[in-house]
Write a protein that binds this ligand. Structure first.
Ligand SMILES: [Zn+2]
Ligand SMILES: [Zn+2]
Length: 195
């Protein structure tokens, strides 16, 4: 049994079920971490995670062994094998991130952040602090492809992705400049907008 404080998500050695959280300033109660399977509904359609087929691993390399798991909380669908968001859910979050105002508080809207790995994209959603609360990443092996394996992503989606990354970066740099005044070296020209 794993324990944590649902409020601040911390877990510490010596935590006792039902006792107050010991994080300074937190008034949460220590609870049992719910099993992931209780947080999602398993969708019936079988699916094949590209990573299962691509990666060398101690698992079966066969089709149709995976499925999408849909969060009861926010409807996010994530891959049962690799935890990636469903591509349609990603595209929707990308569009929201791209269209949200640059003046919005960072992370008060969905934010899209490329990782140092070309195949992995971070997704920050309001109200989602970890993988128990919703989708937090996308792996490009879940992008739609045709039968020859060629990517089937319309230009419009690519443009929205680029716009989302740029908008998230601008919101993040505004946040940095506000939180750490004087650290202007972090800001880029695109964030220096007239008020
Ligand atoms: Zn706490
Ligand atoms: Zn997957």
């Amino acid at each position: 049994m794993y324990l944590h404080c649902k409020k601040c998500l911390s877990s510490q050695t010596g935590d006792v079920l039902g006792q107050p959280c010991r994080t300074p300033g937190c008034d949460g109660i220590i609870e049992e971490v719910p099993a992931f399977s209780t947080l999602v509904d398993r969708l019936p359609e079988p699916m094949t995670c590209g990573r299962r087929m691509l990666d060398f691993g101690p698992w079966e390399h066969a089709e149709g062994l995976d499925y999408w798991e849909k969060f009861k909380s926010n409807g996010n669908r994530v891959c049962s094998f690799c935890g990636s968001l469903h591509p349609d859910d990603l595209f929707e979050l990308v569009r929201t991130a791209a269209n949200a105002p640059l003046e919005a508080e960072y992370h008060s809207v969905p934010e899209i952040e490329p990782s140092d790995k070309s195949y992995k994209i971070y997704v920050h959603q309001p109200g989602v602090r970890n993988a128990h609360e919703g989708g937090i990443k996308f792996y490009t092996h879940h992008l739609p492809r045709d039968e020859e394996g060629k990517l089937q992503v319309p230009q419009e989606r690519n443009d929205e992705y680029a716009a989302a990354v740029k908008a998230s970066k601008a919101r993040f740099e505004r946040y940095l400049a506000k939180t750490f005044p004087g650290s202007q070296r972090h800001s880029s020209p695109e964030t220096q907008r007239p008020n």
